[in-house]
Design a protein around this ligand. Structure first.
Ligand SMILES: NC(=O)c1ccc[n+]([C@@H]2O[C@H](COP(=O)([O-])OP(=O)(O)OC[C@H]3O[C@@H](n4cnc5c(N)ncnc54)[C@H](O)[C@@H]3O)[C@@H](O)[C@H]2O)c1
Length: 253
């Protein structure tokens, strides 16, 4: 029996990268999955590949009405969702001095407001299901500073705070809320130039685990948090970064 048998999950930003890996693993583990994204073709292709256990919906996480549509689609297709993976995210690079307000707000809307709307949208369904698990995707950039990504860093620190607040409020409904904090992961966001594995790994040679991470490694943590195996975990950050944020090694030991 799969570790997510009987679970109905919504995965945002599921068309590619970590979201697609999470959707695949969830179906492998017995969940039924609503894959949402704003880029429809790869999202539909993924859902087709996953068969009867998955559907694709056009879902913009910044849009309140789109959340209602997605939760409704999940309920009609599979029943009330008991798992929400807030994975969708964007990043904009520029030093603070040059960072435009438009870029800053765009990132906040997807990464931060998207999580807020998502958590709020599933509470009713999760109460109906007798509980649930929400995972918000933060980042190593939500644990420490990261030059060049002021809006992204703000959004990911906010996600961690929102997660803890929601966990306190929702525990009484048996709804758990946690974050996953990835380090560098080999996706379009983490390897935007599409470098080879060796090129991607080179940027992480000072990591305790001296390579870039894989989307599969994020999906493994998501399976744990979505499953009942993590039944006593809430309000916590689960760091999957190969030790990137562990500390300094000035003597290069
Ligand atoms: N890759 C990394 O190195 C890394 C590191 C730390 C955290 N993260 C976080 O992990 C999550 C997944 O990132 P990824 O690496 O898979 O990125 P990615 O760019 O490969 O995929 C992100 C997905 O989100 C979708 N998306 C963007 N805006 C959306 C919106 N408004 N509504 C719905 N979907 C939207 C995109 O279309 C895309 O499919 C993000 O929250 C990201 O911030 C990634």
């Amino acid at each position: 029996m799969g570790r997510l048998e009987g679970k109905v999950a919504i995965v945002t930003g599921a068309a590619q990268g970590q979201g697609a890996a999470i959707a695949r693993r969830f179906v492998d583990e017995g969940a039924r999955v609503v894959c949402g994204d704003v880029v429809d073709e790869p999202g539909k292709t993924l859902a087709d590949e996953l068969g009867d256990a998955a559907i694709y919906v056009h879902h913009d996480v910044t849009d309140e009405a789109s959340w209602d549509d997605t939760v409704g689609a999940a309920e009609r297709a599979f029943g009330p969702p008991s798992v929400l993976i807030n994975n969708a995210g964007i990043i904009r690079w520029d030093p603070l001095e040059k960072h435009s307000l438009d870029d800053y707000l765009a990132v906040i809307r997807v990464n931060q407001v998207g999580c807020f709307l998502g958590m709020r949208a599933v509470i009713g369904s999760m109460k109906e299901s007798g509980g649930g698990s929400i995972v918000n995707t933060a980042s190593s950039a939500g644990l420490e500073g990261n030059a060049g990504t002021i809006g992204y860093s703000a959004s990911k620190f906010a996600v961690r705070g929102m997660t803890k607040t929601a966990a306190i409020e929702l525990g009484k409904y048996n709804i758990r809320v946690n974050t996953v904090c990835p380090g560098g992961i080999n996706t379009q966001m983490g390897n935007p130039l599409g470098g080879t594995a060796d090129e991607a790994n080179a940027a992480f040679k000072r990591n305790p685990i001296a390579r870039i991470g894989t989307p599969h490694e994020i999906a493994s943590m998501m399976v744990f948090l979505a499953s009942d195996e993590s039944s006593y975990c809430t309000g916590a950050d689960f760091i999957v970064d190969g030790g990137y944020t562990t500390g300094k090694n000035p003597m290069r030991i």
